[in-house]
Design a protein around this ligand. Structure first.
Ligand SMILES: NC(=O)c1ccc[n+]([C@@H]2O[C@H](COP(=O)([O-])OP(=O)(O)OC[C@H]3O[C@@H](n4cnc5c(N)ncnc54)[C@H](OP(=O)(O)O)[C@@H]3O)[C@@H](O)[C@H]2O)c1
Length: 230
């Protein structure tokens, strides 16, 4: 069990809850964040019941979860992205690592889940960077290319790569270390945060695969990297 604490903002949702289960199972201390403390507590109770007594999952209102954590994972619908970041802003410290997992799906404006919106800053992660600039510069993006169904299915390993972006190599390495804790998942270093624009749109493509091929966990593998120490 590590000493650091990881807050998952939107951790009551499908993706955040799945990330929470996998990271808690790997020994991380998790705080599920929600707009409603009671909802976070209920989700934490559910996670602990699934994981058993060795896991550490608690629940708090989003800004309290942020204040109590060293690493913040943002996992809300794009519609709520900017508003949610603004709501936790004062609880983010310069030392905090912020990992954005949000995909700007067109569903935010009533469109298709198979396409993404053009975000003025370039991507959801770059939008987060703009909003967080005076609070932390330790920003990465990750967890977009792994699906909630696979994260929550603890009986099976996951089978995909996850693409990780961020302007600081040190921050990317922390995000990649967390990604590599998901069994069967390999983190791929995708370089600067601006590349998150590409990574986020890949999720819409994967959703398209799921719909066209009638599956629920299409993923991505980058070939040619086997000989490289990642
Ligand atoms: N689901 C997947 O398989 C998957 C895969 C890859 C990427 N993603 C991305 O991960 C993010 C989360 O996805 P999800 O499927 O977990 O979403 P979700 O279940 O719809 O929502 C996650 C949480 O966000 C909060 N939320 C929802 N609507 C909100 C609003 N209008 N304002 C403020 N907070 C709101 C809710 O938490 P509280 O009510 O507790 O505050 C909710 O439990 C999205 O950006 C999605 O594109 C999802």
């Amino acid at each position: 069990m590590t000493e650091r604490r990881i807050a998952i903002i939107g951790g009551t949702g499908e993706q955040g809850f799945g990330i929470a289960l996998r990271l808690a199972k790997a020994g991380e201390k998790i705080i599920l964040g929600s707009r409603q403390e009671q909802k976070a507590l209920e989700a934490a109770k559910r996670a602990n019941a699934i994981l058993g007594p060795n896991a550490s999952v608690t629940g708090m209102e989003n800004s309290k979860a942020t204040a109590a954590a060293d690493i913040i994972i943002m996992s809300v619908p794009f519609l709520a992205h900017a508003e949610t970041i603004k709501s936790i802003l004062e609880s983010v410290t310069p030392e905090d690592i912020f990992i954005d997992a949000v995909v700007p799906l067109s569903t935010a404006v009533g469109g298709s889940a198979m396409t993404t919106l053009e975000v003025w800053e370039g991507s959801a992660a770059q939008q987060a960077a703009r909003l967080l600039h005076n609070h932390t510069t330790k920003i990465a993006s990750a967890f977009h290319n792994v699906v909630a169904e696979a994260l929550q299915d603890l009986k099976h390993n996951i089978d995909c790569d996850v693409l990780v972006c961020g302007d600081s190599l040190a921050t990317r390495k922390i995000a990649m270390e967390l990604v590599n804790k998901l069994p069967g998942v390999r983190a791929i270093d995708c370089g600067r945060l601006e590349n998150s624009r590409i990574v986020e749109t890949v999720t819409a493509m994967l959703i398209g695969f799921n719909l066209r091929y009638q599956v629920n966990r299409a993923g991505l593998r980058i070939t040619g990297l086997d000989a490289v120490k990642l």
